[in-house]
Design a protein around this ligand. Structure first.
Ligand code: ZN
Ligand code: ZN
Length: 332
């Protein structure tokens, strides 16, 4: 399948914008006390589903068919299968969310599919002691990536283990979390960054949008049109991809279920998926399957913001002289 980008709203709402600066994304802040938007009490925090990973695996397999990234999506599906098995497990080590226990279990199941490069990266992570692996995991959960190098290619597997523990905790805790009376930009359950946002019909019958945590998959209510990276709601536009032979307007046009929400204020671009347009969409899986859209958007200066542990790019800036971030954590 080839893609062509589809621009709507953006062209209709705004004249041509100046080229965004390459380093313009502002760091995420936890909340926006100045925002006048208020979450609906009934829609504040949604716990992840207990069958989250099984649903993700099924969606990844469906999306992989005929896809240019089929091998990658198929591998991610196999990882999600193992995540569901661990989430369902009553093995006490895994049930406690033990990072190494879950990592080892995922690695053991996936090892026959490893390329030599992945196997070498996994070996580099396996060689770490528990403290070092735990620090790496804690930083990964906070979106702080080490520089590219030994072990980097295996970080999605460590991220998968993190997700199991965080999702297990969220299944217990999310219902207890009170969302503040103002907009938040990080997961109120675990502090993770959003992978995407999801649109659905709420209990009230109105459309609701929730940001989806890239770590624990809890969802928190956010404004319908608002940047997940900086909270701005003025210069929001959308990009989508349609098959090269698809209609882009008129009677034959069906608005895609997955779009890229682009913010003029900070130049972040984040996926927004609509369950109303396609009940099968799954934020993490659909984000991976639409990575070509991010790559096209990057050519226009839009910067990928969604935090997907299956697709990690090395930071341009690394924390100097330290591959465990121990200095930053004050635990060197
Ligand atoms: Zn979370
Ligand atoms: Zn923004």
């Amino acid at each position: 399948m080839s893609f062509k980008p589809l621009r709507f709203l953006r062209d209709a709402l705004a004249p041509a914008q100046p080229e965004p600066a390459a380093d313009a994304i502002t760091p995420p802040v936890f909340d926006l006390p100045g925002s006048d938007w208020r979450p609906e009490p009934a829609a504040r925090v949604r716990a992840p589903s207990a069958t989250l990973f099984a649903r993700r695996a099924a969606r990844l397999r469906a999306l992989a068919e005929g896809h240019a990234l089929a091998d990658f999506l198929g591998f991610a599906a196999a990882v999600a299968d193992q995540q569901q098995r661990l989430l369902d497990s009553d093995d006490p080590q895994c049930a406690l969310g033990g990072l190494r226990a879950n990592f080892n279990a995922i690695v053991a199941a996936l090892r026959p599919r490893f390329t030599p490069a992945i196997a070498a990266a996994v070996a580099a992570l396996e060689a770490r002691d528990d403290v070092s692996l735990g620090l790496l995991g804690a930083n990964l959960a906070g979106g702080r990536l080490p520089e590219a190098g030994a072990g980097f290619a295996a970080l999605p597997l460590l991220g998968a283990a993190l997700q199991v523990g965080a999702t297990r905790a969220a299944l217990l805790n999310a219902a207890l979390v009170e969302l503040p009376e103002h907009e938040v930009l990080a997961c109120p359950v675990c502090g993770g960054a959003p992978v995407a946002s999801v649109l659905r019909r709420g209990e009230s019958g109105h459309g609701e949008r929730h940001a989806v945590c890239g770590v624990c998959a809890s969802e928190w209510h956010v404004g319908r049109i608002r940047c997940l990276a900086c909270g701005d709601n003025a210069g929001i536009s959308y990009l989508a991809a349609v098959p090269a032979d698809g209609a882009t307007e008129g009677a034959g046009f069906k608005r895609p279920a997955v779009e890229l929400e682009c913010c003029d204020a900070c130049h972040a671009a984040t996926k927004i998926v609509s369950l109303e347009r396609d009940p099968a969409v799954e934020p993490v899986a659909d984000d991976l399957a639409t990575l070509p859209l991010d790559w096209l958007a990057a050519e226009d200066g839009w910067l990928r913001y969604g935090f997907n542990l299956f697709f990690l790019a090395p930071e341009a800036e690394v924390i100097e002289g330290d591959d465990d971030f121990a200095e930053e954590d004050g635990r060197a």
